[in-house]
Design a binder for this molecule. Structure first.
Ligand code: TYD
Length: 217
């Protein structure tokens, strides 16, 4: 079966930890699964990503940033996601187009629709079958990230907080537009609870996939 699942959410939402646990359980249940994240070890996508993240590039224009994310996404999609779907695998992808909509579109204020337009060119019609949105109060997310640093919240953290509040707002806005594809998972709960909620949603998507197959046959 070919199923394209993405996991979205801010830093500190636990999406990477849970994503890996989901993959382990799916494999143990006999599914063929690929776990990936942009740029996913794809050489061209890695090179593009290095340009985005290079600390020397402080004067990068937000539109340039959005275009580069979309370009890197395209290469990862063509080299990794499309072949895996053709091989009838389940793909669990940590971040995809919704990250660009929330970060560049909403938080960086380029406009969700504008950023969607350039991403449509990059991904064509290939949207995820299911997107898990790990939703968390940004304050709690930042606390989790800083947990082992044992220090007071400083001015920079507060700036980050404002940015991450916008990121969350962006994700929730996108979710309200596409509630059938994007399902909210309460990421403030324990790893076990978040994992169970996320896994249930994937099982539901697998069931739906088989129902659709029956209708086609
Ligand atoms: P990453 O290194 O994948 O870390 P994590 O997913 O664990 O937070 O993400 C790096 C940053 O890039 C993260 O702050 C989100 C941001 N990002 C965007 O702004 N737009 C995008 O399209 C993507 C994929 C990521």
């Amino acid at each position: 079966m070919a199923l394209f699942v993405t996991i979205e959410g801010p830093e500190g939402s636990g999406k990477t930890t849970i994503g890996k646990k989901i993959v382990e359980k799916l494999i143990a249940s006999g599914y063929e699964v690929i776990y990936t994240r942009e740029p996913g070890g794809i050489e061209i996508a890695e090179q593009i990503r290095n340009v985005i993240l290079d600390v020397k590039n402080t004067n990068m224009d937000p539109r340039t940033e959005a275009l580069l994310y979309a370009a890197s996404r395209r290469q990862h999609l063509i080299e990794k996601i499309v072949p895996a779907l053709k091989d009838n695998k389940i793909i669990i992808c940590d971040r995809f187009v919704d990250s660009s909509l929330a970060y560049q579109g909403h938080a960086r204020k380029l406009g969700i629709d504008n950023v969607y337009e350039i991403n449509k060119f990059a991904i064509d019609t290939l949207m995820p079958d299911l997107t898990l949105l790990f939703d968390i109060d940004p304050k709690l997310g930042l606390e989790r990230i800083n947990a082992n640093k044992l220090r007071e919240v400083n001015r920079l953290d507060l700036e980050q907080l404002e940015f991450h509040t916008l990121v969350r707002e962006g994700f929730l806005k996108i979710q309200s537009r596409e509630p059938n594809r994007i399902k909210i998972v309460d990421a403030s709960k324990s790893i076990e609870e978040v994992f169970n909620a996320a896994y249930q949603l994937i099982e539901e998507a697998i069931r739906k996939f088989h129902e659709n197959q029956r209708c086609i046959n």
